[in-house]
Design a protein around this ligand. Structure first.
Ligand SMILES: [Zn+2]
Length: 330
């Protein structure tokens, strides 16, 4: 039977409701926080408040809401705090990630375990997060204590304009783990660069393209370029809402319109990636995690999109994408 692996267990994909395909409820420390303290999201009460806004806005479309929390291993992930948020918000489901962020987030990486371990050893750690349970200590120390909360998505990330040698090693491990378990891959590109290269690399390594979503690609708002990725069978994840410093939201409307017209409307996923305090309502921002169901989807209707297309973007595409494919799932 098809299922999505949430932090509380495997569920029927149709139970997800509106899916925020890339966001951050909890980040308790590590490299990104060192680089910019705005990334610190360690307050469970605030996360509960922010997630509640998302679930409330989602109810206008369908019952329930799911947040794909894209904090990967050794990156400030706290599966226990995330599970607490999940249990305190009615109608909320959360998917926790394994995998990796881009190299620079890990600061100085000469002695990192990615450098010390073999690709297969790294893949085994990702697989264990998926089939056994995420390490309570986030793979930050020599002692691993598995929780009952399993990962339901694998993150891969690359640098601006290149995939570093360190990132290539993580890419190979991510591909092995995805093929072994059927777990979907949801990526980070830096400002939309190296997006086609990520997709081609996973396809070349034998990963099912229908289980690969290339993320943050709204930053490269070139419809022809993006269609080269969907043509491979991969998904695109569009987030970065209300970040006018990069692009106005009209750019995201244009991408959705262009790709829908080309017939790729069912390969588009929406996220918010409100991964900083300054991007969340709970910390005082005027927009937050609820942006897609509360602002963007109504805007699409106002701009003439069919309700069915909008529901694909909010609900249906993600329910298909985040289902596990064939593999060893226990
Ligand atoms: Zn993110």
């Amino acid at each position: 039977m098809s299922f999505v692996r949430t932090i509380q267990g495997d569920v029927d994909p149709s139970s997800l409701g509106v899916v925020n395909c890339h966001d951050h409820l909890i980040r308790v420390g590590a490299g990104e926080v060192f680089l910019d303290a705005d990334h610190l999201l360690d307050d469970v009460d605030k996360a509960v408040e922010e997630a509640s806004y998302f679930v409330k806005a989602s109810q206008d479309w369908v019952a329930g809401g799911t947040v794909i929390d894209m904090c990967p291993s050794a990156c400030g992930r706290s599966v226990t705090k995330l599970a607490e948020v999940d249990s305190r918000v009615d109608g909320l489901q959360i998917v926790v990630a394994t995998g990796f962020h881009q190299e620079k987030v890990y600061l100085e990486t000469r002695t990192s375990w990615v450098n010390q371990y073999s690709v297969n050893q790294i893949a085994d750690l990702l697989i264990a997060d998926i089939v056994e349970g995420v390490d309570a200590h986030d793979y930050m120390g020599p002692i691993v204590e598995r929780t009952k909360h399993k990962a339901g998505v694998i993150k891969f990330a690359s640098a601006y304009g290149k995939i570093t040698e360190w990132e290539h090693k993580t890419l190979e491990a991510v591909a092995i783990a995805a093929k072994e378990t059927g777990c979907p891959i949801n990526t980070h590109t830096s400002a939309g660069t190296a997006a086609l290269e990520q997709a081609k690399a996973f396809v070349k390594l034998g990963v099912d393209p229908a289980k690969v979503a290339i993320g943050h690609v709204q930053r490269n708002n070139d419809v022809w370029y993006l269609s080269q990725i969907t043509k491979l069978g991969c998904y695109l994840e569009l987030d970065g809402t209300s970040r006018i410093k990069y692009l106005p939201d009209s750019s995201r409307v244009m991408i959705v319109k262009g790709l829908t017209e080309l017939g790729y409307g069912k390969q588009l996923l929406l996220g918010t990636d409100s991964g900083k305090r300054s991007y969340q309502k709970a910390y005082g921002s005027v927009t937050g995690m609820d942006f897609d169901p509360a602002v963007f989807a109504p805007r699409l209707l106002d701009e003439g999109f069919d309700r069915d297309v909008v529901l694909d973007l909010l609900v249906n595409n993600a329910q298909t994408f985040f289902q596990f494919g064939q593999g060893r799932q226990q």
